[in-house]
Design a binder for this molecule. Structure first.
Ligand code: AMP
Length: 408
């Protein structure tokens, strides 16, 4: 299928072509016609599947084809809510990319951790699309700087993560401040009870879109698990991984901010080019670090989960889990930082003995078996796989009548 069969505006088509896309991804093929019909959507999609364009492209086409209600000063026509600052910037960047030939489509992006005066100035000028994180948006709403009287479309991206981060209250308050005849789109990587509850409250008779499992389980990413005994074993294993010239650029995940900083120090001492990305850094530092990664000025980014969400750097060849995350969903998000836009990627995870049940959860969640790999010379001492079920001895089991003896 060609994009021209989905989108008719030549200026949007031009921007798509300039982005280098030749064919729509599966989520784009499915979602774009339904969104153009004006239907609400409940979509299951991971980042890396072309999900952002799947909702931004038809949104732009709709805005162009229907005249706006009210005055430009009445606020945005589209609100895109996202869980983190990085994702907000990422989505705003894509929106600007696809609307670059549409002079009347201005996007404003607001998120926490950034100075208010610049955001206030941007909000005081006319704009069509607002990309925002819920907390900062509520602040601006409470100060009377944002109104939604002409809002036509509400989009919730990564709804599961927004709920994990405790945004359910703000999301419902924000939705309640928008017109009830709006169109609502909700995307989520996973559909747990909370997400479905929120969907029921916000969506009207939604069309459910799910892309086939193989497209969400990162088939283009080779996943390998390496059992490790302790921290020093992890460091040796990491040295081994980083010796591989195929690791062009990598994100290494640690469990805590302090561990991320410590690991960066260790790597710098060993002569690697590395930088950290975590929630203790201010927004300017974070943006600068991601830019360095994008421009290949650093080979290694050591990050925590929150900070790495939404990173879309296509040159990342490997994701290394120095520490595994707490749950299977986060594992899937982490490994999705590689193998972007149809490329191949590799995810290497170090698993301590305590992680054996988590590995089982991940296998269940992704439907893929993670067989333990061993590097000669770096074999683990402890067993990492989940123990097999022990069977109780049969009651009627009798000892052998006679003792086995050697050959007489
Ligand atoms: P997303 O799932 O929105 O995070 O997108 C992942 C990556 O795919 C981004 O780098 C997009 O620029 C890219 N992308 C989106 N749509 C297409 C397409 N139709 N063909 C190739 N790449 C795409």
């Amino acid at each position: 299928m060609a994009f021209k069969e989905l989108i008719s505006n030549p200026k949007i088509i031009q921007a798509i072509e300039e982005s280098g896309y030749t064919t729509p991804t599966p989520i784009q093929e499915k979602a774009i016609p339904i969104i153009l019909e004006g239907r609400d959507v409940l979509g299951s999609a991971q980042t890396g599947t072309g999900k952002t364009a799947a909702f931004v492209l038809p949104t732009l086409e709709r805005l162009i084809n229907s005249p706006a209600k009210g005055k430009k000063s009445d606020g945005p026509r589209v609100l895109i809510l996202v869980p983190t600052r990085e994702l907000a910037m990422q989505v705003a960047k894509e929106t600007a990319k696809y609307s670059k030939h549409l002079s009347q489509m201005k996007t404003v992006c607001i998120y926490g951790g950034a100075p208010y005066p610049i955001q206030n100035r941007e909000l005081s000028r006319p704009y069509e699309i607002l990309v925002a994180t819920p907390g900062r948006l509520m602040d601006h709403m409470e100060r009377g700087r944002i109104h939604f009287s002409r809002l036509e479309l509400l989009i919730l991206d990564e709804a599961d993560r927004m709920l994990d981060m405790g945004f359910i209250g703000p999301v419902e308050d924000i939705a309640a401040a928008t017109p009830s005849d709006r169109q609502t789109l909700m995307f989520s990587a996973t559909f747990n009870k909370n997400v479905l509850g929120l969907a029921k409250n916000l969506l009207k008779n939604p069309v459910e879109i799910a892309i086939a499992a193989e497209q969400t389980t990162h088939e283009n990413i080779a996943q390998k698990v390496y059992p490790v005994d302790d921290l020093s074993h992890k460091y040796q294993m990491l040295d081994h991984f980083l010796e591989d010239a195929a690791v062009t650029q990598t994100i290494i995940f640690t469990a805590t901010k302090r561990q991320a900083d410590t690991l960066v120090e260790v790597l710098l001492e060993k002569g690697h080019s590395a930088d950290a990305l975590h929630g203790d850094m201010n927004q300017r530092q974070r943006t600068r670090t991601i830019e360095k990664l994008r421009r290949s000025q650093i080979r290694i980014l050591v990050a925590t989960d929150v900070a790495a969400r939404g990173i879309d750097v296509q040159s990342i060849t490997h994701v290394i889990n120095f520490d595994l995350p707490n749950n299977a969903e986060d594992y899937v998000h982490r490994i999705g930082r590689t193998g972007r836009a149809g490329r191949m990627g590799t995810a290497l995870s170090m698993a301590s003995p305590k992680d054996r049940y988590l590995i089982k959860d991940i296998e269940k969640f992704t439907g893929q078996i993670l067989a333990p790999n061993v590097i000669p010379g770096l074999e683990p001492k402890a067993r990492t796989s989940a123990p097999r079920k022990r069977f109780a001895p049969r009651r009627d089991f009798k000892k052998p009548f006679f003792k086995r003896s050697g050959r007489r």
